[in-house]
Design a protein around this ligand. Structure first.
Ligand code: NAD
Length: 265
């Protein structure tokens, strides 16, 4: 790739992108011609190899940058390291997230703190670091991966629902602050997507609801998803790519459900 074609590409950061939805979004952005920064907190050889393979497959530059999204300095450092390596931060996708399921009175304090830090505060820090770069460029796209749980509640998910409602509020506020800067900020609110995060919830849900796996998937997880189908990572990736086009210039401050009709109820 020559220097001209490299600099013409937009650069996208996707936090928490070595797995699940984040990896699907990174794939979709790479396929649309963006350079991509993959991130997680692990910093293993295989994470760097994943970025090399993604870049080679799509003919773009992909790099893995390890950063723990529970650490404010690391969140801001990820943005600065990207700007330094690529010269710009054009697209920021805040996707890293964790989950824990327990009744509120038994909810472990360390889990509450970690969920609020990773699922909500990390986005504040990355946005705060990215906005000056986007303002200097005169354009930008911020996409926050919230959840149907940013719009609706479920029992036993106090921290997750609080954080996801919080990210929807942050999205609206940032959109208003940047409305005249040609920088949009939107939240995507997926219903259930079968990723490692959801797989990991199934045993807890089985315990809490005293059901077997098949019953908990059908009766609890997809019970509120009228299509009775899991959302796919490709469907989320496709929406992120669209929000990053010029056609989406007037879409800002929204919380877009991709949930098989869940929040229509
Ligand atoms: P996942 O567990 O498959 O992937 C999460 C990613 O985040 C991984 O790459 C992991 O390494 C990374 N991560 C976790 N902790 C991190 C940290 N401290 N620092 C940096 N990276 C970290 O999860 P997923 O299902 O793909 O979820 C991705 C996002 O989508 C989350 O914000 C989640 O809340 C949201 N979401 C998921 C679903 C679903 O059904 N899977 C539905 C709605 C919203």
């Amino acid at each position: 790739m020559n220097a001209a074609s490299k600099s013409a590409r937009r650069t996208a950061i996707v936090t928490g992108s070595t797995s699940g939805i984040g990896l699907g979004i990174a794939e979709a952005l790479a396929a649309s011609g963006c350079n991509v920064v993959l991130n997680s907190f692990t910093d293993r050889d295989e994470d760097h190899a994943m970025a090399d393979e993604l870049g080679a497959r799509h003919g773009i530059e992909a790099r893995y940058l390890g950063a723990d999204m529970s650490d404010p300095a690391a969140c801001r450092g990820l943005v600065e390291a990207t700007a330094e390596a690529f010269g710009s931060v054009d697209i920021l996708v805040n996707n890293a997230g964790i989950q824990h399921v327990a009744p509120v009175e038994e909810f472990p304090v360390d889990k509450w703190n970690a969920i609020l830090a990773i699922n909500l505060s990390a986005s504040f820090h990355t946005i705060a670091a990215a906005v000056p770069h986007m303002k200097r460029a005169g354009k930008g796209r911020i996409v926050n991966i919230a959840s149907a749980h940013g719009l609706r509640a479920s029992p036993f998910k106090s921290a997750y629902v609080a954080a996801k409602h919080g990210i929807v509020g942050l999205t609206k506020t940032v959109a208003l602050e940047l409305a005249e800067e040609k920088i949009t900020c939107n939240a995507i609110c997926p219903g259930y997507v079968l990723t490692p995060l959801v797989e990991a919830q199934i045993p807890d849900q089985m315990k809490v609801h005293r059901m077997d796996r098949e019953t908990v998937v059908r009766e609890v997880m997809l019970e509120r998803q009228p299509t009775r189908e899991f959302v796919t990572v490709e469907e989320i990736g496709g929406l992120v790519v669209f929000l990053c086009t010029d056609h989406a210039a007037q879409i800002t401050g929204t919380a877009l459900p991709v949930d098989g009709g869940w929040t229509a109820q």
